[in-house]
Design a binder for this molecule. Structure first.
Ligand code: SF4
Ligand code: SF4
Length: 90
C-alpha cells in the first residue's frame, strides 16, 4: 500500500510551503542596516536584499512569504530589531 506523505524530489519551487504557519516575519525596512545576518540564519534561504533603499540609504532586506515556515530565527538573530514576528489572520 502506498502512503502519499511526500512529494517528488526537486519540487520546492512548485510547492509553496508556508500554509501551515500562523506566524510571519514583518521586515521593518527603516530599521534595516543591511548587515546581512538574516539570510545566513534562515533555514529556507528565502531572505534577500532588495534594490530599494531606506532613508538611511541602506538596501534593505525582505523575504518570500510563499515559503516561510514562520520559525522566527530571522527575528531572533537580527541585532537591530528590524524584524518582528506577527500572528497571521487566516
Ligand atoms: S539582520 Fe536585520 S538589520 Fe541585518 S539585514 Fe537582516 S533585517 Fe537588516
Ligand atoms: S521566519 Fe524562519 S523561514 Fe521565515 S524568513 Fe524568518 S528565518 Fe526564514
Amino acid at each position: 500500500m502506498k502512503i502519499p506523505i511526500s512529494t517528488k524530489p526537486n519540487t520546492t519551487i512548485s510547492n509553496k510551503t508556508a500554509g501551515w504557519s500562523n506566524f510571519k516575519p514583518k521586515f521593518l525596512h527603516e530599521k534595516c542596516t543591511a548587515c546581512g545576518i538574516c539570510p545566513r540564519v534562515c533555514p529556507e534561504g528565502i531572505i534577500y536584499q532588495t534594490a530599494k533603499t531606506n532613508s538611511a540609504g541602506k538596501k534593505y532586506f525582505d523575504y518570500d512569504s510563499d515559503y516561510c515556515k514562520g520559525c522566527g530565527l530571522c527575528a531572533i538573530e537580527c541585532p537591530f530589531e528590524a524584524i518582528k514576528m506577527e500572528k497571521e489572520e487566516k
